[in-house]
Design a protein around this ligand. Structure first.
Ligand SMILES: NC(=O)c1ccc[n+]([C@@H]2O[C@H](COP(=O)([O-])OP(=O)(O)OC[C@H]3O[C@@H](n4cnc5c(N)ncnc54)[C@H](OP(=O)(O)O)[C@@H]3O)[C@@H](O)[C@H]2O)c1
Length: 227
């Protein structure tokens, strides 16, 4: 895959991702679309409705992104961001996501998702559940612990002392490296916290949930919580 120029917020690591697919055109989806556009990526965004139903919203909130269907966004993207209500994960386009690098931003929110004992099982993170469903995709959890307002206002150039951290977890080191480069390109310092099973602190109720702090503070928060 050809490389693209280093995005303005990024360190000097070359990027191999060109097209970002975002499933979910709500608060998080449109914020991440804006950040990805600002970083120089092509952005495809979808909801469960026909593209025409979100075209105006996308034009206003993420001008330059292309509204399409979820299967089309998944099929054409180099990296796909899941930004739909967690309770709807079984409606994700499994076939088109096969082999794709996927970032799971989804959190269990009972007011939206209903009471779900599977999503509150202390032995299984929700990303493990989604990864089992998308068993042929390359899943990394991330961009989920920060509220959408903070994500929107957060991007900073690499080296800026005000730069915030984004924790990621996943099972494959090279997939996490690719997601880390993407997070960096959006304007945040990536912090690798381990496997999907280690993602508890990122979930609602976890020590990092809601965190809008630096990478160093993310590491110390997790260490303190584990002590
Ligand atoms: N809000 C936050 O600050 C925040 C921060 C981090 C992570 N998150 C997580 O990010 C996810 C999205 O949150 P949000 O606040 O952006 O919710 P939201 O504003 O309600 O947006 C959800 C979007 O998903 C779409 N959608 C629903 N089902 C879909 C499907 N099957 N396929 C494609 N699109 C679908 C919805 O559109 P239609 O219903 O029209 O299809 C809507 O565009 C949630 O899992 C949430 O926990 C939220």
């Amino acid at each position: 895959m050809p490389e693209i120029d280093t995005p303005p917020h990024a360190t000097q690591t070359p990027q191999t991702i060109r097209t970002v697919g975002i499933l979910g055109a709500g608060k998080v989806g449109t914020v991440l679309a804006r950040l990805a556009l600002a970083a120089g990526y092509e952005v495809l965004i979808a909801s469960s409705r026909p593209p025409a139903a979100i075209a105006l919203t996308v034009d206003v909130l993420a001008h330059g992104a292309l509204a399409t269907t979820a299967p089309d966004a998944a099929a054409r993207a180099d990296i796909v961001i899941l930004a739909i209500p967690l309770g709807k994960y079984q409606s994700l386009p499994v076939d088109e996501l096969r082999g794709k690098l996927v970032i799971d931003t989804m959190n269990y929110w009972w007011e939206v998702d209903g009471i779900r004992s599977d999503f509150t099982d202390p032995d299984t993170t929700t990303s493990e559940i989604v990864a089992a469903f998308l068993s042929d995709s390359r899943m990394v959890k991330g961009l989920n612990h920060m509220g959408y307002h903070d994500l929107d206002e957060g991007p900073r150039r690499a080296g800026d002392p005000r730069r915030k951290g984004i924790a990621i977890v996943g099972g494959d080191a090279s997939d996490k490296e690719e997601v880390a480069r993407f997070v960096d390109a959006l304007g945040f310092d990536p912090v690798d916290l381990g496997d999907l099973a280690d993602g508890g602190p990122l979930q609602p109720g976890g020590a990092l949930f809601g965190a809008n702090i630096s990478a160093a503070e993310i590491r110390s928060t997790v260490e303190d919580a584990a002590a």
